[in-house]
Design a protein around this ligand. Structure first.
Ligand code: AMP
Ligand code: MG
Length: 404
């Protein structure tokens, strides 16, 4: 056994992780329909005006506004209908004073017309005349050519996340593909002689691999590609071989074996392959979390605790911000709600505690069972942070719950 002689603070761990971020440089060209949620790797410039032609914004009549100056409900102005213009079709007749064209929403405005009066403010008089019951202003209900996007405008900038609106802007200018940053490849691997794949019969002393699945889920949710591997035994040789097999990963995440038991070999592994940046954080759960740079490339390496709740809890607070920064995704927005605590919590002094809670009827009910119990997380909606120097949170006091 090699007990922790010292730990660093959570804030210090975050700082060191921040310093180790290298935003992904690889890019790939994607079809637009597969690009949602990705980060643009180019400034997307429009080569066209949108809309590409002046168009009607209403179903109604395209006319010369000056003809309608005196029009009112009581004394409408009569105009002759010279054409019916549908969408996808160009007008053939120019509008002159005293005439108009029936026009559909989205159809090109005919030459000579400078306004559209909506159909609700008109009345047909026979087949080819219409009464206009309102004075139109020039430009009314007309979508100017290029009003949305003008040729030469940048619709999406490099580094923008392609949310649905931005995907729409790229589509509007006629682009069907876009360069985006590659998603970081995250190799995930569980260590431990006792850990086996779900779906197999459980032998004596064995447990099913939980961490591989929680880590893959969280990686996927935050912009990474999860490359999960089979669990490996607690030997330096198998861990070394597993690490060699992760050569193409942008981030490597092992779980288990990071504690102080004699089989906990992550420390030895890192010592032989790279540089430990930290090992041991003053948090609960998840004290034995390690972070290192490994191999000649200095690939970021997380050694997560084996306990499923410790592993996932630290993945939320340490791996997620790191992964998002590498993936060039923005920091997560604040997702906290302030609610009263349903039951008194006693917290261990000297470690920042991430304590899981469930929200029931507007109250935060403690959900934390223990570091080894995945139900501490599966039955929780979020967590509160109890500072290292605080040992009690009283029932009824307001707490800030960070929602998952
Ligand atoms: P370790 O960090 O390897 O000392 O493991 C701490 C505890 O977590 C032990 O009870 C392990 O059996 C358990 N554990 C380790 N890895 C996993 C895993 N992938 N899934 C579920 N439990 C695990
Ligand atoms: Mg282990």
């Amino acid at each position: 056994m090699r007990p922790f002689t010292s730990t660093i603070s959570f804030d210090e761990a975050r700082r060191r992780l921040n310093d180790a971020v290298t935003p992904i440089a690889r890019t790939e060209r994607l079809e637009l329909e597969r690009a949602a949620g990705r980060v643009a790797a180019e400034d997307v410039t429009s080569s066209i005006d949108v809309p590409p032609f002046a168009r009607s914004a209403m179903d109604g009549y395209a006319l010369v506004a000056a003809d309608t100056t005196a029009a009112t409900g009581g004394s409408p102005i009569g105009l002759q209908i010279v054409e019916r213009i549908y969408t996808g079709q160009m007008p053939k007749t120019a509008i002159v004073r005293g005439t108009c064209a029936e026009i559909a929403t989205g159809a090109p405005l005919p030459d000579g017309a400078d306004a559209v009066v909506m159909v609700e403010q008109t009345k047909m008089e026979g087949d080819n005349r219409v009464l206009i019951a309102t004075a139109a202003a020039a430009g009314q209900n007309v979508g100017r050519r290029g009003a949305d996007i003008s040729a030469g405008a940048v619709v999406v900038r490099r580094g923008d996340v392609l949310n649905p609106g931005r995907v729409g802007a790229v589509a509007a200018i006629g682009r069907s593909e876009i360069d985006v940053y590659a998603r970081p490849r995250v190799a995930i691997l569980s260590t431990g002689n006792e850990v086996i794949e779900p779906g197999r019969p459980l032998g004596p002393g064995q447990i099913f691999d939980v961490n591989r699945f929680t880590l893959a889920a969280i990686v996927l949710a935050h912009g990474g590609v999860a490359d999960a591997r089979q669990p490996v035994d607690d030997t330096v040789a198998s861990l070394g071989a597993a690490l060699d097999a992760c050569a193409d990963a942008d981030i490597i995440v092992f779980s288990g074996g990071s504690s102080v038991g004699e089989r906990d070999l992550i420390v030895d592994l890192v010592a032989s392959r790279g540089e430990m940046i930290f090992h041991g954080i003053a948090v609960k759960p998840g004290k034995p979390t390690a972070f290192a740079r490994v191999n000649i490339t200095g690939t970021p390496f997380f050694g997560m605790p084996g306990n499923p709740t410790s592993c996932l809890s630290n993945a939320y607070v340490l791996l997620v911000p790191f992964l998002r920064a590498v993936a060039r995704l923005p920091e997560l927005p604040n997702r906290t709600i302030r609610v009263p605590l349903g039951r008194r919590i006693v917290s261990q002094a000297g470690r920042l505690q991430f304590y899981t809670v469930k929200i029931e009827g507007g109250i935060a009910v403690p959900a934390f069972k223990g570091s080894g119990e995945i139900t501490s997380l599966s039955q929780a909606d979020g967590y509160i942070q109890i500072p290292a120097e605080q040992s009690v949170v009283e029932e009824g006091s307001d707490v800030d719950v960070t929602l998952f």
